[in-house]
Design a protein around this ligand. Structure first.
Ligand code: FMN
Length: 189
């Protein structure tokens, strides 16, 4: 018998994404977002959901662009810091000693040290409640060569951070257990 836990945001796990934006002075800012995911295959789109109170929210509204940089597990402390401090009060690029690279495709920076980057232009903005969902069309995906297998990002090589919404902790990915889209028949009993 399952226990009812109430109306919570306890879908587990979520990604740990670092959203890159420029402020009105052209200064790069990075904030951590766990409320994000893929929302369309064609055109390829992702979303990030940000509270209006974040500095990044205003930056995205002004520039209509953002990047998502996916940190490897070794960067969990930097990701956590970028989810605690605000670009309104401090320069998180300086504080973390990460490198902000200007995207050539969209008006936003990305984190050079992180292995996977998605560059997005905003195509829809949906105010839901506390959060505003910014749907971004992916104009390009950039990845370090050493995290690719057959030209595609390899989860086992990226070792992306995961967020446990219920336990409020950072997790790493486990092992690859099977090939997707292969089971045309029910599993044998
Ligand atoms: C693991 C983690 C996940 C977070 N996810 C989100 C999120 O999805 N949306 C959001 O608005 N804030 C989220 N935050 C909080 C923001 O990152 C935080 O308010 C940050 O200071 C905002 O930075 P900014 O003011 O420079 O934009 C998260 C924080 C952490 C540590």
């Amino acid at each position: 018998m399952k226990e009812s836990l109430g109306a919570k945001t306890w879908a587990v796990p979520t990604p740990v994404w670092v959203v890159g934006t420029y402020d009105d002075n052209g200064r790069p800012n990075f904030m951590t977002a766990a409320w994000g995911g893929v929302c369309c295959s064609s055109p390829p789109c992702i979303y990030v959901s940000l509270r209006e109170a974040t500095y990044s929210h205003g930056n995205i509204v002004s520039r209509r662009a953002y990047t998502v940089s996916v940190p490897g597990e070794e960067y969990w402390r930097e990701a956590d810091y970028m989810g605690m401090a605000s670009g309104r009060d401090t320069d998180k690029v300086r504080d973390t000693e990460l490198t902000a690279v200007k995207s050539e495709l969209v008006d936003a920076p990305y984190v050079d040290e992180f292995p996977l980057v998605l560059e997005c232009r905003v195509v829809e903005v949906v105010k839901i409640g506390l959060h505003t969902e910014f749907i971004g069309e992916i104009l390009d995906v950039k990845a370090d060569k050493d995290v690719l297998t057959d030209g595609a990002p390899d989860t086992q090589k990226i070792r992306p951070l995961l967020f446990g919404t219920g336990d409020r902790g950072y997790h790493t990915v486990g092992v690859r257990i099977g090939d997707a889209f292969t089971q045309r028949r029910p599993p044998a009993p």
